[in-house]
Ligand binder design. Structure first.
Ligand SMILES: Cc1cc2nc3c(=O)[nH]c(=O)nc-3n(C[C@H](O)[C@H](O)[C@H](O)COP(=O)(O)OP(=O)(O)OC[C@H]3O[C@@H](n4cnc5c(N)ncnc54)[C@H](O)[C@@H]3O)c2cc1C
Length: 405
């Protein structure tokens, strides 16, 4: 109720996603198996369960595990997506669902510390963000260089032409939120199985069963594969060759701020995004783990199961060079932690939520493309509505856009 009250007018104003009409009887007791308990699969399973399905959720290593794209401590929630109203609406809907879940569970999942976009010469994306945010009444501010310097004296402003702040943006607690979603799912009657899964054979337009790593099979009326960067490995012919879901290696570095420092943590410094020739972003505070810095540039292809997760010296040197320029007070900050994770990119950056073209009962969900976490709640709701045939597949999430529908 609260979530609808919070987000519905905004979503309508954005002309984005049509409302999802799921009710507790929509599912009619249908048995659905969801493979993958990350941001996409976990929320999809929860929405299906709440719609009255009998849901089994399976994951090889568990929700937000260290190999998963949803692993790690924190993610950015922003509404600014240039002129792209669909993702702005999806982020607004998801934010409302995160807040509702916080109330429901008492867990802290979102910190509304705000977001600072640092804009450089090519500012077309951020100018479009301003137009979209203004059109729908999402709080934001445009700052000129003297205002940025006055408000954020800890920044080096080399190359920065102006800045945009988003008030309703902030930090999501990633692994914790995946865990809470699973806990809610189980508390509300869902079945959870930790197991690796392979799809069974497809006959007469239907996926017949799942094969589990414990040697058993599981049969359901519908199947959702939300396997993140592994999706291409599960369906190599359809998604893996000329990949529609390509896993890329990404590095994240966390630096230590000086003892007692208040300049490089919220509220003095919000989440920031630096949009120059590379796209750097960071999460100050980061659950007291340090000053998180990452480069959004796509890395090389990566195997999410066996890939080498030792960060590279070259990546660290780039991060240090950036840090010295943009946050001079952290020039000599020690490295506290580093992670190698992976994006699961679609060719156009849009998500995937469509039926397997050879079946009527298997759904392929993924392609988070480095920006999927914040959308988990709203996207899961949309996927659930598609599985229950309460809405059409969103064309931007369809396989047909790649000629494979
Ligand atoms: C470094 C980094 C930074 C990011 N920053 C942001 C950000 O700031 N904001 C944002 O919104 N997004 C961000 N993203 C993107 C976002 O985290 C992902 O798009 C999102 O988490 C993808 O979720 P998923 O559920 O599709 O995949 P996953 O989280 O990978 O979940 C897939 C699950 O499927 C399971 N699985 C796979 N194969 C099998 C199998 N055969 N059998 C059983 N289980 C299986 C896995 O164990 C896994 O738990 C970032 C991603 C990374 C890597």
């Amino acid at each position: 109720m609260l979530a609808n009250a919070l987000a519905a007018p905004l979503v309508t104003a954005l002309g984005g996603l049509p409302g999802c009409t799921l009710t507790p009887s929509s599912g009619g007791g249908r048995h659905v198996a969801v493979v993958g308990a990350g941001a996409f699969g976990g929320w999809t399973a929860l929405h299906l369960q709440r719609a009255g399905c009998r849901v089994t959720l399976l994951d090889a290593w568990g929700p937000g595990n260290a190999r998963a794209s949803s692993g790690g401590d924190t993610r950015v929630l922003r509404h600014g997506y240039g002129a792209d109203r669909l993702y702005t609406a999806l982020a607004a809907r998801s934010r409302a669902l995160f807040l509702e879940t916080e109330q429901h569970t008492g867990a802290r999942l979102f910190d509304p510390v705000g977001l600072l976009w640092l804009v450089q010469d090519d500012d077309s994306y951020e100018r479009a963000c301003v137009e979209t945010l203004a059109a729908v009444g999402l709080a934001h501010e445009v700052l000129q260089p003297d205002e940025i310097a006055a408000r954020y004296p800890q920044l080096g402003l080399d190359g920065v032409t102006w800045a945009l702040t988003e008030t309703d943006a902030g930090i999501l607690y990633a692994r914790r939120s995946c865990e809470r979603v699973l806990e809610m799912f189980v508390a509300e009657g869902g079945t959870w199985i930790r197991s690796a899964v392979a799809p069974g054979s497809i006959r007469a337009g239907a996926l017949e069963h799942l094969s589990l790593s414990n040697g058993t099979t599981l049969t359901a009326e519908a199947y959702v594969f939300a396997c993140g960067p592994w999706l291409g490995q599960l369906f190599p012919g359809l998604l893996g060759d000329r990949p529609l879901v390509r896993a890329t290696r990404q590095e994240v570095f966390t630096f230590g701020v000086p003892p007692g420092d208040l300049a490089h943590v919220p509220p003095a410094l919000p989440v920031w995004a630096d949009h120059g020739s590379r796209f750097w972003y960071g999460i100050p505070g980061n659950e007291r783990r340090g000053f998180k810095v990452a480069d959004d540039t796509r890395g090389e292809d990566f195997d999410p199961t066996h890939g080498n997760r030792i960060p590279s010296a070259a990546g660290l040197a780039r991060a240090r060079e950036f840090l010295a320029r943009r946050f001079p007070g952290l020039k000599h900050a020690p490295l506290i932690e580093a992670r190698v994770c992976q994006y699961e990119d679609s060719p156009d950056g849009d998500f995937l939520a469509d039926r397997h073209p050879d079946t009527h009962n298997a759904w392929l969900v993924g392609g988070g493309s480095g920006h999927g976490f914040k959308h988990g709640p709203g996207f899961g709701e949309l996927v659930a509505a598609c599985v229950l045939e309460e809405r059409e597949v969103e064309p931007r999430f369809a396989l047909a856009r790649f000629g494979r529908g």
